[in-house]
Design a protein around this ligand. Structure first.
Ligand SMILES: [Zn+2]
Length: 343
């Protein structure tokens, strides 16, 4: 079925995890003349190192009008910078007061300076024009998009953790051509599921080679004796869910190919591993067993229509593809049905 009229507005990427929201940490910022900046940073590096907030850049150039109450401005031809001194609440990043500092602190009368350890204040005060409360991102950005957004709040750095690949953006756009292909394969999955619905089938799976757009295998639930037919020599089994059946058919194809290769030395010697690089289209969200089988099969992408809030393993009841310990990860998309369509 090529008509997309039963499908909703488009595929929705189901990220393996939600992006962490932008949380802010309250900090004390010092307005410093550019010429004093390196001295201030040197002092802070020793007396108030940013430990938890290593990704926070210490310095930010200031738009002149933002420096409230500052004596100096660009009018005098002097460039102001803002520097993170310490955090306010959790006393992290060097902002904590030692027992001695606490005893020496004179109280709120001193305004923001009272929140800065006296030893640090003694060094900084001659070099700082003004203090104010500001905010920095409370967590390190996890991907380039977040890095860009969070830099609007305060400059932060983004580093790919050693030994890890860059975390993918939480959303992935699907182009028009890709949408058409997705819709056609979902149409086949839907037809297969509906055609066998009266035999107790709930789900159908279609495995596609995305390079050629060719359907490699498909399967429907074969969990009861009434759910299969067509003269195929298949034994129903409670575990023969649609995705399991489709993966098994791919394996059968590979076995047949391997037997042929024995006879034909011209064929490439590298045997493909199950569904490596393939896409799997399902009518319904797969259960944990099927989702895991598709991990083991090295599927590249899973697309389904009907979510399953009770047993669905790809966003319905939990996100199997969020488990970092898995040795393979696929991308997941859900293409909701048009609201007017009754299943
Ligand atoms: Zn299943």
């Amino acid at each position: 079925m090529s008509c997309e009229c039963w499908l909703g507005s488009g595929p929705v990427h189901v990220p393996s995890r939600e992006k962490p929201p932008l949380l802010l940490e309250e900090v004390i910022l010092a307005s410093v003349l550019r010429e004093n900046c390196s001295k201030v940073v040197k002092i802070l590096r020793v007396l108030a190192p940013l430990t938890k907030y290593r990704y926070v850049k210490r310095i930010k150039p200031v738009v002149p009008q933002l420096v409230q109450g500052s004596q100096a401005s660009n009018e005098d031809g002097m460039m102001m910078l803002e520097v993170v001194v310490c955090t306010i609440q959790r006393r992290e990043g060097g902002g904590w007061l030692s027992q001695e500092d606490r005893r020496n602190t004179k109280g709120e009368g001193e305004g923001l300076w009272s929140k800065v350890p006296p030893s640090l204040k003694a060094e900084l005060a001659p070099l700082v024009k003004a203090l104010r409360v500001g905010h920095v991102p409370a967590l390190a950005p996890e991907d380039p998009d977040q890095w860009e957004d969070w830099n609007q709040v305060w400059p932060v750095s983004y580093k790919i953790p050693p030994g890890k690949v860059a975390k993918k953006s939480a959303t992935i756009e699907v182009g028009e051509d890709e949408r058409r292909k997705m819709a056609a394969h979902l149409g086949l999955a839907r037809d297969l599921a509906h055609r066998t619905h009266n035999k107790g089938c709930r789900n159908a799976a279609v495995i596609v080679n995305p390079e050629t757009n060719e359907v490699v295998a498909h399967g429907v639930d074969e969990t009861s004796s009434s759910s299969w037919g067509g003269g195929e020599d298949r034994t129903p089994h409670p575990l023969r869910h649609a995705a399991m059946v489709a993966v098994e058919k791919v394996a059968e194809g590979i076995r047949a190919w391997a037997a042929k290769r024995k006879r034909d030395s011209e064929l490439p010697q590298d045997e493909p591993y199950l569904c490596t690089g393939s896409d799997c289209y399902l009518w319904r969200e797969p259960c944990a067993m099927c989702a895991m089988a598709l991990v083991h099969s090295r599927v590249r992408r899973i697309v389904f229509c009907v979510p399953d809030g009770e047993r669905g393993a790809l966003g319905g009841s939990f996100r199997l593809h969020a488990l970092e310990s898995l040795n393979h990860h696929y991308e997941v998309f859900r293409w909701p049905l048009d609201r007017r369509v009754v299943e």
